[in-house]
Design a protein around this ligand. Structure first.
Ligand code: AQP
Length: 340
């Protein structure tokens, strides 16, 4: 029995935004690990469509992508019976709790969030209130399920800290209500960088289509994108994030899919050009993605099945979430007619 099973199973909440087809970065850094976590934890997997609205979306695309994302998550092996897979907007309680938490969050705290500053700079024409209060909704997403653990990348640690602060403050004023969530760093996670600008994170909403590999890209596309990946002129396959970010990023990808260490990769490609190396990275990537893609096509063809999973997920998530909201409403003094 694993360590996590000897005590009460911990609860994990993870989310992904339907802002585009997930990239290799989303897969390696997050989604690939999710199916592994279900063995040891009670997992809730959320498609964060409300968060996606902080950036302008094409409505029809957002709707389509939400269903596609659900199918893709199922294709990676997430079991919808063992886990709760749901769409954020299908559980209105998130917004209800978010308001209460917003009333317990200071303007100054939100002003300090670096992601707000970054995203405002990236979308200067749409610095909306949702972008500013996004961390409060994220706190609600986590606290509403009393999640013990939240897998977060470096860019989200500040938001998790805020969620902990809000929870601690609320507990202090109204009595013990929320679990204080901890960050969780998956054993086999890695941050992948853009293929076009390797000092920047690989992102699904990047406007440069050559900057990412999508989880649904076919082998020819994958080969083409890796061939174009920015490297350097010194011609040596050597791991050095600082001075050789492009090559190091490709080595990270190769290492993830082959299990080889950086030293083994350096030895394998010593004296060979980047051409051979890029092709090997592309092949290892395509080999890893093909089984997921085959399963994805099969699952997506059955829309009724995907929708039934989401309906069931929404019901199960709502049951947990409504319980928390009801408790919070009572604690803050909102009149509930069905209570005495
Ligand atoms: N490049 C990456 N390397 C490793 N992990 C990554 N993640 C995202 N990009 C990388 C992880 O994927 C999960 C889901 O991310 P998200 O969709 O909620 O938002 P994000 O982090 O903003 O991802 P993107 O692809 O960059 O989306 P857009 O372009 O819409 O902003 C998270 O766990 C994240 O850490």
């Amino acid at each position: 029995m694993s360590e996590a099973q000897t005590e009460k199973r911990k609860r994990i909440l993870s989310g992904i935004q339907p802002t585009g087809t997930p990239t290799l970065g989303n897969y390696v850094g997050a989604v690939r690990n999710w199916a592994l976590l279900q063995k040891d934890y009670d997992c809730l997997y959320m498609i964060a469509d409300l968060h996606a609205l902080t950036v302008r979306q094409v409505p029809a695309d957002l709707r389509r992508r939400t269903r596609e994302l659900a199918a893709l998550l199922l294709a990676t092996g997430i079991d919808p019976v063992k886990n709760v897979l749901f769409v954020q907007s299908h559980v209105p309680a998130h917004c209800e709790l978010s308001w209460i938490l917003a009333c317990n969050t200071q303007f100054g705290e939100l002003s300090r969030m670096t992601q707000f500053k970054d995203k405002s700079a990236k979308h200067p024409d749409n610095v909306n209130g949702g972008l500013f209060t996004y961390p409060v909704l994220m706190a609600a997403d986590i606290l509403i399920y009393n999640a013990d653990l939240v897998p977060v990348g470096q860019d989200q640690t500040q938001h998790l800290e805020l969620a902990r602060n809000i929870a601690g403050r609320f507990n202090g004023v109204y009595g013990d209500t929320f679990t204080l969530p901890e960050g969780y760093v998956p054993a086999a996670g890695a941050k992948l960088m853009s293929l076009a600008e390797p000092t920047k994170k690989m992102s699904k909403s990047d406007t440069n289509l050559n900057s990412f590999v999508l989880m649904t890209d076919d082998k020819d596309t994958i080969v083409r994108k890796f061939k174009r990946a920015v490297t350097d002129s010194d011609g040596q396959v050597r791991f050095d994030r600082e001075n050789k970010p492009g090559v190091s990023n490709l080595m990270t990808i190769y290492s993830v899919f082959t299990g080889k260490t950086m030293e083994e990769i350096e030895a394998e490609f010593a004296g060979r050009g980047y051409g051979d190396f890029k092709l090997a990275v592309a092949e290892a990537t395509a080999d890893a993605l093909v089984p997921v893609q085959t399963e994805y096509d099969r699952i997506l063809a059955d829309k009724d099945y995907v929708d039934s999973v989401l309906r069931d997920g929404a019901e199960r998530a709502s049951r947990l979430a409504n319980r928390t909201v009801s408790k919070v409403y009572r604690k803050v003094g909102l009149l509930q007619l069905d209570r005495h």
